[in-house]
Design a protein around this ligand. Structure first.
Ligand code: SAM
Length: 257
């Protein structure tokens, strides 16, 4: 197989081709020779090749068999540890050490993948991902903004998040229909408190944002009364988008037996 590989839509294949953006991403990742770096979805190697040039070894996770065959024939194949399969089924603990995770992600699986990665937060040094721009804005959003929601609260519970690089469709082949951006996520568990029951926290936040235009009292009417909301300094008439992540942590703990 050659670079003539026909991009597969079902695997979200939009290959990076802009060398200046590729350089910006590698500089943001700052790979050091002995780092344990894991790239999700290496594709035809746009990031894999320059990353492997900085490292002794590079783990890559790829679902497309034809691409795996292609990677095995590259000049940098000797540096690669290839994990063939679906990243959503990957147990990241099987890769030893504190990991830097990188990827120009398939956009169709980005939300479940980000939630999955929270399970391995204690093994992660940092993550740099190319995502749809709107998703990056939601990940990084602060309260009182239209982008602030479930993704912001859950991911900011685990990570410090920062939008790094704006990327236009022309940077890819084929060009996606949407703008993209690179986000940096650094583990920061505890910064906004510690939830006692994460599953409950996740359900609570999902329910709280189920109807953005409604008040928190309304969205959580089957969960909490006004007294409990007020006990953690949440005004029952507030909309969810005005409630800071740490207040959701406090509310979740108030509901944890
Ligand atoms: N990194 C390359 C680049 O920047 O040009 C390719 C990026 S492309 C947007 C996404 C890559 O993820 C493709 O190689 C695709 O085959 C792979 N992929 C898609 N779904 C996957 C999954 N569930 N598990 C692992 N890899 C996947």
């Amino acid at each position: 197989m050659t670079k003539e590989h026909k991009a597969r839509k079902r695997f979200g294949q939009n290959f990076l081709q802009d060398q200046s953006i590729i350089g910006d991403i590698i500089r943001a990742v700052r790979p050091q020779e002995n780092d344990v770096v894991v790239e999700i979805g290496p594709g035809l190697g746009a990031l894999t090749q320059p990353l492997s040039g900085c490292l002794k070894q590079l783990h890559v996770i790829e679902i497309d068999r034809d691409i795996v065959a292609y990677l095995k024939n590259t000049t940098y194949a000797g540096k690669l540890v290839i994990h063939e399969g679906d990243v959503l089924k990957m147990d990241f603990r099987t890769i030893q050490g504190a990991k830097k995770i990188v990827g120009n992600l398939p956009y169709n699986i980005s939300t479940p993948l980000l939630f999955k990665l929270t399970e391995f937060v204690d093994e992660i040094v940092d993550m740099h991902f190319m995502l749809q721009k709107e998703v990056v804005e939601r990940i990084c959003a602060k309260p009182d903004s239209k982008d602030y929601g479930r993704l912001s609260v859950i991911l900011q519970y685990f990570f410090d998040t920062e939008k790094m690089i704006a990327v236009p469709p022309a940077a890819f082949s084929p060009a996606p229909k949407v703008d993209s951006a690179v986000v940096r996520m650094i583990p920061q568990v505890g910064r906004i408190g510690q939830v006692r029951d994460f599953a409950l926290f996740h359900r609570l936040v999902t329910q709280a944002f189920s109807m953005r235009r409604k008040t928190i009292r309304n969205n959580l009417k089957d969960w909490v009364n006004d007294e409990t909301l007020q006990s953690v300094a949440i005004h029952p008439n507030n909309r969810p988008e005005h409630i800071a992540p740490e207040l959701f942590v406090a509310l979740s703990n108030a509901l944890t037996p």
